[in-house]
Ligand binder design. Structure first.
Ligand SMILES: NC(=O)c1ccc[n+]([C@@H]2O[C@H](COP(=O)([O-])OP(=O)(O)OC[C@H]3O[C@@H](n4cnc5c(N)ncnc54)[C@H](O)[C@@H]3O)[C@@H](O)[C@H]2O)c1
Length: 387
C-alpha cells in the first residue's frame, strides 16, 4: 500500500486537533491509506520544534514553501489563519499534493475560485474542514431526511452562538482583523452552519441579513495567541469585522430558513445547532449535546407524541467504528477523526471528498452575499454552482 506523508502547517488550536486526528484515525477506522506524520511547520520556530515533539512529527520547519515541492510530501494540511489559506492551497494543489484546508476556505470569493481552479487543474483531492457535518448525530439527521422520515422539508432554523467575544477585554486576535480573517463571526463560525444547511436542506438562492459589530475597539494582544484566547496589552486597536449576523434565507427548493451567528452570547460556549421542520416531523440538534439527536415524527401515537432523543451509538453512521455501546459519548476529536477518515477514503478511491473546494467556494459566495446584504439592506441573490 502506498504511504502518504502529511505536512501540517500551523501548530495552534487546529494544528493540535489535526495531529490527534491523524494519529488516531488508523486505530479507530483502519485508515484507508497508510499515512505518516512527516513534517510540521510554524512561522514560530519554538512552536514548530515543540509541536514536532509533542504531536509526533518526524521533522519541523518554519517556512511552508520548504515542504510544498518535496517529493516525499503527499498531503498538505493547512491549519494557519485565514489569510494564508489561498496562497498555500494553490501552491500545494499545483504541486500535485492533496489538500486538507481549515475553514473558511478563503478570505474572498475570488481567492476561493483560484483555489478551486488550481485543484481542478491537477485533479488532487481537496477537503475544507467543516468538521461539524461529520458528527454522527448530524449524519443521522441526514439519513432520516434522505429516507423521507420527516417528509418534505418546510423550514430550517440554524444558529451558532459563542461567548468568548462578549467581553470587551477579549484581545484583538487575528479573528477580529479583516486583513487576517476576511470576516468576523460569519466566516469563523457562521460558515459551519451554512455548510450544515447546504448538506441537510440544499442550495441557498438568496439572503437578507442584519450584520452587527458590537465592540468596535479591543486591547491588542500581548505575546503569543493560542486559539481565540490570549493575554491583552494596554494598547487598543479597531475591530473591522462583524460580531454577529442574522439572516433570512430562500433555498432554491422553496424551503425558507434563518441563521443567527454571534460570538457575543454570554453563556453559549460553542453552541452550533439547528431545527428542521418537515411535513411529517421535525429534527433538532445542538452541538453542546452532540451525542443527541431530537426527533418528533407526526405518525407517532398521539398519546406519546412529542420530541424524543436518539443517543449516538454503534447503530448510527460511523458509530460502529467508535465504541460498541450507545451513549458512551463522542467528542470533538471523534468528529475530526471521522473527517480525516472521509478525506483519506476519498484519496484511496480517487473520488471527490465532501465538503471539497467546490463546496468551500459556494459557502464563500453565500457568506459574501450575507455581508453584502448587511450593507445594502436588500435581498442578495447567490450565484449557483456550475453543474
Ligand atoms: N474547524 C474548526 O472547528 C476550527 C476551529 C478553530 C479554528 N479553525 C480554523 O483553523 C485555522 C487556524 O486557526 P487556529 O485556531 O488553529 O489558529 P491559532 O492562532 O491557534 O494557530 C495558528 C498557528 O499558525 C501559525 N502561523 C501563522 N501564519 C503562519 C504561516 N504563514 N506559516 C506557518 N505557520 C503560521 C501561528 O504561529 C500559529 O501557531 C483558521 O483558519 C481557523 O478559522 C477551525
Amino acid at each position: 500500500m502506498k504511504k502518504y506523508n502529511v505536512a501540517l502547517i500551523g501548530t495552534g488550536f487546529m494544528g493540535k486537533a489535526h495531529s490527534i486526528a491523524t494519529a488516531v484515525v488508523p486505530i479507530l477506522f483502519g485508515a484507508p491509506v497508510e499515512i505518516e506524520r512527516k513534517i510540521i511547520v510554524d512561522i514560530d520556530e519554538e512552536l514548530a520544534r515543540d509541536a514536532a515533539k509533542q504531536y509526533g512529527f518526524a521533522e519541523y520547519t518554519t517556512d511552508w514553501r520548504d515542504v510544498i515541492n518535496r517529493p516525499d510530501v503527499d498531503i498538505v494540511d493547512i491549519c494557519t489563519p485565514n489569510d494564508t489559506h489561498a496562497e498555500i492551497a494553490i501552491a500545494a494543489a499545483l504541486a500535485g499534493k492533496h489538500v486538507m484546508c481549515e475553514k473558511p476556505m478563503a478570505m474572498t470569493v475570488a481567492d476561493a475560485e483560484k483555489m478551486q481552479a488550481a485543484a481542478q487543474k491537477t485533479g488532487v483531492v481537496t477537503m475544507v474542514s467543516y468538521n461539524y457535518r461529520h458528527t454522527p448525530a448530524i449524519q443521522m439527521a441526514k439519513k432520516l431526511i434522505d429516507e423521507g422520515r420527516i417528509g418534505k422539508i418546510l423550514s430550517f432554523r440554524g444558529y451558532y452562538l459563542q461567548d468568548w467575544g462578549a467581553d470587551p477585554s477579549t484581545p484583538l486576535s487575528w479573528r477580529f482583523n479583516k486583513a487576517k480573517a476576511g470576516s468576523g463571526t460569519l466566516g469563523d463560525i457562521g460558515t459551519h452552519v451554512i455548510d450544515a444547511a447546504r448538506l441537510l436542506v440544499g442550495e441557498f438562492a438568496s439572503v437578507n441579513s442584519i450584520v452587527k459589530t458590537f465592540i468596535a475597539e479591543r486591547p491588542l494582544p500581548a505575546g503569543r495567541f493560542f486559539g481565540p484566547a490570549g493575554q491583552a496589552s494596554s494598547e487598543k486597536g479597531q475591530v473591522d469585522v462583524d460580531d454577529a449576523a442574522l439572516t433570512m434565507i430562500h433555498f432554491t427548493n422553496g424551503v425558507y430558513g434563518t441563521i443567527e451567528v454571534t460570538r457575543n452570547a454570554w453563556g453559549h460556549h460553542n453552541q452550533l445547532g439547528f431545527e428542521i421542520h418537515g411535513t411529517k416531523g421535525s429534527i433538532a440538534f445542538d452541538y453542546q449535546r452532540l451525542n443527541e439527536l431530537r426527533v418528533a415524527f407526526a405518525d407517532d401515537p398521539a398519546d406519546t407524541f412529542g420530541f424524543r432523543t436518539i443517543y449516538s451509538g454503534p447503530h448510527q453512521p460511523f458509530g460502529d467504528k467508535l465504541w460498541p455501546v450507545a451513549g458512551m459519548g463522542q467528542g470533538y476529536i471523534d468528529v475530526k477523526s471521522i473527517e480525516w477518515y472521509n478525506f483519506l477514503k476519498a484519496i484511496a478511491e480517487n473520488a471527490p471528498a465532501s465538503p471539497n473546494f467546490d463546496d468551500g467556494l459556494q459557502i464563500e459566495r453565500i457568506a459574501e452575499a450575507i455581508l453584502n446584504s448587511g450593507v445594502s439592506g436588500n435581498w442578495e441573490e447567490i450565484e449557483q454552482p456550475a453543474v
